[in-house]
Design a protein around this ligand. Structure first.
Ligand SMILES: Nc1ncnc2c1ncn2[C@@H]1O[C@H](COP(=O)(O)OP(=O)(O)O)[C@@H](O)[C@H]1O
Ligand SMILES: [Mg+2]
Length: 369
């Protein structure tokens, strides 16, 4: 039996497919005839209340749980017929909410799977370095640390680096950012998006946090009591929730949530008035509605200027908290705009240099369209 393909699959292929899978734990029917298609090189997010079967679905895909009925096919083959080596090659190694080895250093943790797979030692040290840089941990600082010396957020980053260690074709992530504070969580999400843009992996990501799901998902699967209620792009689900359960699950602020679907680079204006000096009337005419960004010698924005009722008003830009990246969500841009009181947020590149700006008026058009 083949399911009709989902529209998101018109841009890519099916990585794997679950057809009417059920799982029974004693009396509990953890999954009831779940059918799912996982798109290749996209992020699929499984979400739903606790106990709805998210982790069980991941464990089925990883063949850690036996199906009571149904099949999961990878390529043309049912994974139930594949031997462990074949399956490992196909699925890679999954991470289940971090679980770093406490007696191994950061380097040894990240190197764990490549070492188990018997990769050449020479290339591995270089690879660990690259992976740590990718998750923005300085290898010189972190390589020899042990898990108990890391903050929650740092441990999660090492967990992501380790999951990427052997370059698996699919990443299974079960609430990977569950145990950290909201700010760290948002940073980890930013980094996840940043990494995913470079690597374009097939990812199956489990969460119970709807904001996280909407931000990260290309394909969002909403589950309830062992069943799939709605599966679609976040934009389509936000625009037309299938029933009252989904509507309640999305919460009352659906239009704000929509802003988290778009990133700064969608509407970033690149040619903005800027310079090393404070602005003169010739660079920022009094009737101008745009911002002027003063930058330092490195190109980092240090102040934003605008005209308000014939007065030139400026705000000091603190690089860490008052700027956004190209991959920041419009929701974050909105928060930055509100916190600085300027009509735009400065967008900076990886080195913190001014890249452009996102304007309030642009966000406004998007949120009502
Ligand atoms: N090993 C197990 N033995 C018995 N029941 C289980 C086991 N694992 C999960 N369950 C039950 O199966 C259902 C789905 O669990 P799970 O997939 O872990 O949910 P979620 O990850 O969405 O919170 C729950 O009712 C849970 O109590
Ligand atoms: Mg779970």
């Amino acid at each position: 039996m083949h399911l009709p393909p989902h529209p998101i699959l018109s841009e890519t292929s099916i990585f794997l497919q679950a057809e009417r899978i059920s799982v029974q734990y004693g009396e509990t029917r953890a999954l009831k005839d779940v059918s799912l298609q996982i798109p290749t090189n996209r992020v699929t997010v499984l979400i739903g209340p606790s106990g709805c079967g998210k982790s069980t679905t991941l464990r089925c895909i990883n063949a850690l749980v036996k199906l009571s009925s149904g099949v999961i096919t990878y390529g043309d083959e049912s994974i139930q017929n594949m031997n462990e080596t074949e399956l490992r090659r196909a699925m890679g190694y999954a991470i289940q909410s971090v679980g770093l080895m406490p007696h191994l250093s950061v380097e040894e943790n990240v190197d764990l799977v490549p070492r188990l797979l018997g990769w050449e030692r020479s290339g591995r040290a270089e690879r660990v370095k690259r992976l740590l840089n990718l998750v923005r941990l300085n290898p010189e600082v972190y390589r020899n640390k042990y898990p108990h010396e890391l903050s929650g957020g740092e441990a999660q980053r090492v967990g992501v680096a380790r999951a990427l260690g052997a370059d698996p074709p699919v990443l299974l992530m079960d609430e990977p950012f569950g145990a950290v504070d909201p700010l760290t969580r948002e940073q980890l999400q930013d980094e996840f998006i940043h990494i995913q843009r470079q690597l374009k992996k097939t990812v199956i990501f489990v969460t119970h946090d709807i904001d996280e799901a909407i931000r990260l998902a290309d394909y969002l699967v909403i589950m309830r009591e062992g069943e799939v209620v709605q599966a679609d792009t976040p934009a389509n689900i936000l625009a037309s929730p299938k029933d009252e359960f989904v509507e309640r699950f999305l919460g009352p602020d659906r239009s704000l949530k929509r802003l988290s679907l778009f990133t700064a680079d969608h509407c970033c204006i690149q040619k903005v008035p800027s310079g090393l000096e404070e602005p003169t009337k010739s660079v920022l005419p009094e009737d101008s509605t745009s911002c002027y960004w003063q930058v330092d010698a490195m190109g980092h924005p240090i102040k934003g200027f605008m005209w308000v009722n014939g007065r030139l008003v400026s705000r000091v830009v603190n690089s860490a908290s008052h700027t956004v990246q190209t991959y920041s969500s419009l929701r974050e841009c909105m928060a930055t705009i509100l916190s600085l009181g300027l009509p735009a947020a400065a967008v900076v590149d990886d080195e913190g240099r001014l890249f452009g700006e996102v304007r309030f008026e642009t966000i406004q058009t998007i949120s009502i369209s």
